[in-house]
Design a protein around this ligand. Structure first.
Ligand code: CA
Ligand code: CA
Length: 95
């Protein structure tokens, strides 16, 4: 899922009670978060809107994957090796 729009974070708040990766990481360049789906870079303004206060903090110099945290209803950068779910987005077509 790409939270390129703050409105999508609202959807997660209403419908998700799990910790989950959402397809955003800074593995290639520390502090530069890139969406998996189209490789675009998240803007600083969006980082402030989507991440919880004090995040992303690259804890232990090893936090590169953004995850949604239902406790804070916001994103946190975390280690990429945690066994948590991954939220994907599907396109819907109306014929
Ligand atoms: Ca990082
Ligand atoms: Ca963090």
């Amino acid at each position: 899922m790409s939270l390129k729009y703050v409105e999508k974070l609202e959807i997660l708040k209403r419908n998700t009670s799990i910790f989950a990766y959402i397809g955003l990481d800074d593995m290639n360049s520390e502090g530069t978060f890139v969406w998996h789906d189209d490789k675009t870079v998240i803007k600083t303004e969006m980082i402030r809107k989507l991440f919880k206060s004090g995040e992303p903090n690259n804890g232990n110099n090893n936090e590169n994957c953004a995850r949604y945290e239902p406790v804070n209803f916001a994103l946190n950068d975390a280690v990429c090796s945690d066994y948590i779910r991954y939220i994907c987005e599907k396109l819907c077509f109306h014929w």
